[in-house]
Write a protein that binds this ligand. Structure first.
Ligand SMILES: C[S@@+](CC[C@H](N)C(=O)[O-])C[C@H]1O[C@@H](n2cnc3c(N)ncnc32)[C@H](O)[C@@H]1O
Length: 258
């Protein structure tokens, strides 16, 4: 399974880097990143793991804010792209599997971030156990996923209306969900900015909200904040994102004595 996932991201790596463009999509910039940064607080001089770092833009963003960042991704191709973007050599980018971070020592990091990755891994429970292991006592995990209750890469989808001539997006009439309790893999093609399809479909693993939250807790981490972030801008582009939460962001801590 890991080989299949690695191959998908290797083959899609250039298309993914084009989509992210070194700065994130509008959803990253206006919804996820502001929330993640608020939950992390000051990162200066903190040792941070960016788990599933992709083409590396978040790792670089936090390194420029003074964090000492290690970025790990299963795709060697994604890591090559991240290293090439890191012209100042300020991030330690490594190929690796977040479900078995064997190269990383116990209690190495103050902060672990994992942005939109757990929904792409079959072994999310093992990854959370690894995040607990590599966090220092009192350290902080911030993890984001597509909201499991409104999972458009799973059992949910929008019933779509006409294309809005202003935003060029079709209007969402309502969001429908069925078979929420079926935890299974869905495959979806992403599109580049140009509208061209990615070369391979991407695997998304749907899980219930309770299973995600209980897995964090079962890994020994203490959840202290749950956010369903709204866009920080009033842009018409985000009309659907103001009606239901697209993302779930959780902050959890390794306790000071375990
Ligand atoms: C949707 S992308 C998110 C990338 C990045 N976190 C961001 O915010 O742009 C998911 C990433 O997870 C990586 N990935 C998938 N399974 C992984 C695993 N088991 N270990 C490490 N990385 C993994 C993929 O290669 C891909 O780069």
């Amino acid at each position: 399974m890991d080989e299949k996932i690695k191959e998908q991201w290797d083959i899609n790596s250039e298309a993914f880097a084009e989509l992210i463009g070194g700065k994130g999509t509008p959803h990253h910039r206006s919804i996820l990143v502001p929330c993640i940064e608020r939950l992390l607080g000051d990162v200066n001089r903190k040792k941070m793991l960016d788990a599933g770092c992709g083409e590396g833009y978040l790792s670089l963003r936090f390194a420029k804010k003074g964090a000492i960042v290690t970025g790990v991704d299963i795709s060697d191709k994604m890591i090559s792209i991240a290293r090439a973007a890191d012209t100042e050599h300020i991030v330690n980018f490594q190929a690796g599997n977040i479900c078995n971070l064997e190269g990383l020592a116990d209690e190495e990091f103050d902060l672990v971030i994992c942005n939109l990755v757990l929904l792409n891994v079959p072994c999310y429970k093992e990854a959370l156990i690894e995040f607990h292991r590599v966090l220092k006592k009192g350290g902080t995990l911030v993890v984001s996923i597509v909201h499991p209750a409104f999972n458009f890469y799973g059992p949910g989808s929008w019933e779509m209306g006409e294309k809005d001539p202003q935003t060029k997006r079709r209007k969402g009439l309502y969001f429908k969900v069925d078979n929420y309790f079926d935890e299974k893999e869905y495959q979806r093609y992403w599109k580049k900015r140009s509208g061209e399809k990615f070369p391979r479909p991407i695997s998304f693993f749907h899980r219930t909200l309770s299973n995600y939250l209980n897995a964090i807790s079962n890994a020994g981490l203490v959840i202290d904040r749950i956010e369903e972030p709204l866009p920080i801008v009033e842009d018409e582009f985000f009309e659907r994102e103001r009606r239901i939460p697209f993302f779930l962001v959780v902050r959890a801590r390794r306790s000071a004595n375990s």
